[in-house]
Design a binder for this molecule. Structure first.
Ligand SMILES: [Fe+2]
Length: 161
């Protein structure tokens, strides 16, 4: 007889694991939309700030790309499927797609709003993870919050005279 996997028994109830995974799915969707937006801005930015922004956006999309894997694999470790696909992400994400090609500073402004939107989504999910004593998720979300808030500050500084 084939050996089957035992039920997941990590001290977090199934309904809590589902709620946390659902929240992490929204963080993953926001992060993916923001990743793709940042990479698109890296390609399309123009103007006197080209070099600075082209490189800054590259650093930011590279960081976001790495984070996607961490978030998705935490969902898997909780025993739930990690959402994927452009349509799924656009349904789950709180960040709107960009219309056309914004000016360089409009790109910066849109990214400030994007990083702040992910921060808000994360704060909502943090409470659920915390209530379930899910330390690894709380730790991951704390790290993500720190990065999104720092990046929002750096981008915001470009807009302040
Ligand atoms: Fe590039």
């Amino acid at each position: 007889m084939a050996v089957t996997a035992p039920p997941i028994d990590i001290g977090i109830s199934e309904s809590q694991r589902q709620q946390i995974a659902e929240g992490l799915g929204r963080v993953l969707a926001d992060s993916t939309v923001l990743y793709a937006k940042t990479h698109g801005f890296h390609w399309n930015v123009t103007g006197p700030m080209f070099n600075t922004l082209h490189l800054m956006f590259m650093e930011q999309y590279t960081e976001l790309w790495t984070a996607l894997d961490e978030i998705a694999e935490r969902i898997r470790a909780l025993g739930l499927p990690a959402p994927f696909g452009a349509q799924t992400y656009s349904t789950l994400s709180s960040i709107p797609e960009t219309d056309g090609i914004p000016s360089a500073m409009a790109m910066v402004r849109e990214l400030v709003e994007g990083h702040e939107a992910v921060a808000r989504t994360i704060r909502g999910v943090f409470a659920i993870a915390d209530a379930a004593n899910d330390e690894p998720t709380a730790d991951l979300l704390t790290q993500r919050l720190q990065i999104h808030e720092k990046t929002a500050w750096m981008l915001r500084s470009l807009l302040e005279g």
